[in-house]
Design a protein around this ligand. Structure first.
Ligand code: SF4
Length: 348
């Protein structure tokens, strides 16, 4: 079990639910646009938002942004330790640094002293592009080098008596990221922030992240996740929620299982599945619906679902736990299904 870390009221690690993170892409000192983006992220289901702090104006803006949003905020600092300290003093809930980029131990210690005084956790975030030269010489650009770079930074923070740590090892190579996270998991108890970095446009990003983040979550590795998408950060949240669902970390939703259709299909299955998904998306309970294209194979294949529907020749069949419970007009199939599922979900 990983250590519990409290980020402005959202606890990660220690078996707490996996928190979804994203990052704003507005200029942080453009307070109105940054606040709007954080509010949109909150509506989409984001739990923690990170903002790049690139100058003192950004750092000073944190105070006002904090007053306007409820979500815990993280300051992403690249090189300048003074920006980390200014962010902490302006009320940030966590900072993300790569101690290897900060310069020297004294500067890292100055950040630690401030973080300790304000009880602000630190994410040690190492990317495969920022591994120290000596580690690259020893291990090459490998998962081992990435993990050792992060562990070295963790030891540095610990040497100053600081343990309020989250770790991330990110790479744009999915396998490197997976292997590095596994090494971190075996080597320390700190919670991990998972992500495939620079994962690209939406489709590539969700596939890479589903493989990278999803395979780790399935093995119970990871405490908070960020899906990196080139585009609107709200898309990151949509993808993150799907990854949590299908890696078994979020069971409270209506799962639609629908067949790919074949020559036996007698209904407009795409339309049925789309309507069912839209009309049942408000139910936050673990319900499984099978939507099958034919009455021959469909019911058998859908036995594991709570409800199943199929149709053909103007008729619609509704199954509950594999047993036929109702035959309706095909046009009424979705209305009837929604009614049944809503009743069922109320009693869960
Ligand atoms: S359920 Fe029926 S229509 Fe769908 S793929 Fe299987 S056999 Fe084909």
């Amino acid at each position: 079990m990983t250590k519990k870390i409290n980020i402005g009221g959202v606890v990660i690690g220690g078996g707490y639910p996996i928190a979804i993170q994203s990052m704003t892409n507005t200029k942080t000192s453009d307070i109105d646009r940054t606040v709007l983006q954080i509010q949109n992220l909150a509506l989409a289901g984001c739990h923690i938002a990170r903002m790049a702090v690139t100058d003192q104006k950004d750092a000073q803006s944190i105070k006002t942004i904090k007053q306007k949003v409820k979500m815990p905020l993280v300051a992403d600092i690249q090189f300048d330790y003074r920006l980390a300290i200014a962010s902490i003093e302006n009320g940030i809930d966590k900072i993300r640094i790569n101690p290897g980029n900060i310069g020297n131990k004294e500067k890292v210690k100055a950040i630690i002293d401030s973080a300790k005084a304000h009880k602000v956790p630190i994410r040690v975030g190492v990317n495969s592009g920022s591994i120290e030269k000596e580690l690259l010489r020893e291990y090459g650009r490998t998962a081992q080098a990435l993990a050792q770079s992060a562990l070295k930074s963790v030891s540095l923070l610990e040497s100053f008596g600081f343990y309020d740590i989250v770790v991330s090892v990110k790479s744009s190579e999915v396998k490197t990221m997976i292997d590095a996270c596994r090494i971190i998991n075996k080597s320390c108890q700190y919670p991990q922030h998972l992500g495939v970095t620079e994962a690209g446009l939406f489709e590539s990003a969700i596939i890479k992240s589903a493989i990278g983040i999803g395979s780790l979550l399935i093995d119970n590795i990871g405490d908070t996740i960020r899906v990196s998408v080139t585009g609107d950060p709200v898309d990151e949240i949509k993808a993150a929620k799907l990854i949590l669902r299908y890696s078994g970390k979020d069971k409270n939703f209506v799962e639609i299982v629908s067949c790919p259709t074949c020559a036996r299909c007698n209904v407009d299955l795409y339309n049925l599945a789309t309507q069912a998904q839209e009309r049942l998306s408000h139910i936050a309970k673990p319900v499984k619906i099978a939507i099958m294209g034919c009455a021959v194979n469909g019911p058998g294949e859908a036995k594991g679902a709570d409800f199943g529907i199929t149709g053909g020749n103007g008729k619609g069949l509704i199954f509950e736990k594999g047993k036929l419970i109702k035959t309706v007009n095909e046009n009424d199939l979705i209305d009837e299904l929604v009614k049944k599922v809503e009743e069922f979900a109320q009693n869960l």
